[in-house]
Design a protein around this ligand. Sequence first.
Ligand code: AMP
Ligand code: MG
Length: 407
Amino acid sequence: MISVDEAKKIISEHIFQLDTEIISLTDLSGRVIYQDVVATFPSPRFDNSAMDGFAVRSSDTIGASKENPIKLKNIGSSSAGSPSSINLSQGECIQCMTGAKVPKGADAVIMVEQTSGYSDNGTVKIMAEVPPGKNIRVEGEEIKKTDILIKKYTRITASELSVCAAFGYNKIKVSKKPKVAIFATGNELVEPGEELKEGKIYNSNLYMLSELVQNAGGSVLMQNVIKDDKRALRSFLSKALIDCDLIISSGGVSMGRYDHVRNIFMDLGVKEHFWKVAQKPGKPLFFGSENDKLIFGLPGNPISSFIGFMEWVLPVIDQMMGSPERPYLSGVLQGDFQRDKIKFRYLFGNAWVDQGKVLCRPSKKIGSHMLTSALGANCILGATPGDEDLKSGDSIQVNLLPWAYLS
Ligand code: AMP
Ligand code: MG
């Protein structure tokens, strides 16, 4: 049995970066960018109006008010997509819509509400003074040409996607998605919807792992529930080792009579880097590799598999795609936390912010078979081994679940 820190170090020595591919904007969701995205033009691209109104020379509006409107001659119109090429002279204005190019000669836009509005006779009453620059979005005020918009290794969200589109990128270089095989083992497993005969349980881990892998940006290429049968395991695994980058199993890696997974991995040439980590839940964690394929054997108890994925496999998927490490938070415990003398102790929990501090509390359900402890949790709390339990007010590691938020 090795420590959590030793195990993390060993894993870091075997992670490799996936190849890259160029994909279209519509497929970008959840990917990690593998290039700096650079502005090919400034933003705004040209001086344009922030309001629906009239482009004016600000000097023409001096002294204008509701009581003393100043009349200007409307000589044209500029709308988004249809700029006016007219050069504005003294005493003139041009109707100018939001996003439309500000015509030459104008140095401000007066909002339509401060005028008499458009009229057929070509005269507009200006009812307020506007200083130079008013309601004009200036060329390059947000982004200069050649500025880096998005740094390499950023994970795509709606923010990045929309910025890529706004700057005209229709293809982007990204890391390939890791191809993942997941499988659950156990003669006791039946599928939801089937009859639950005595001694059987429903397979829940494979559904959980499939969702977690996809949420992490991986692509589930192979998935199956396999009996505790050496031939069936060998057949699935030998194909997975050819087709996939990452293999994740749940169950069958403990000391039980039917726990064949580890032996089959090794029979197929997988090099074991460690088996058993000083952690609870999930001590019999297996990690191995075969060439550039990585293999994780997670123990089958649902919480061992779930926390095992979040603490061990998710950071590996992130790094394979080039995505930066997700930081742990430090939380202040509310209530006690039972530590283990020699094992790192993980529990699902809840974290929230109060007066600028992250406060947290573990789930009351502490068994590794108690899958419902994950319901409503927004984090995994992790305590280093120690003789004394942690007390209220002590600090503890908080791993915020990526889809949750501090409540
Ligand atoms: P194992 O690691 O194979 O010894 O399994 C440990 C415990 O987890 C046993 O109680 C199994 O029945 C349970 N288990 C294993 N695989 C699954 C699964 N796919 N879904 C739900 N429970 C499972
Ligand atoms: Mg089993």
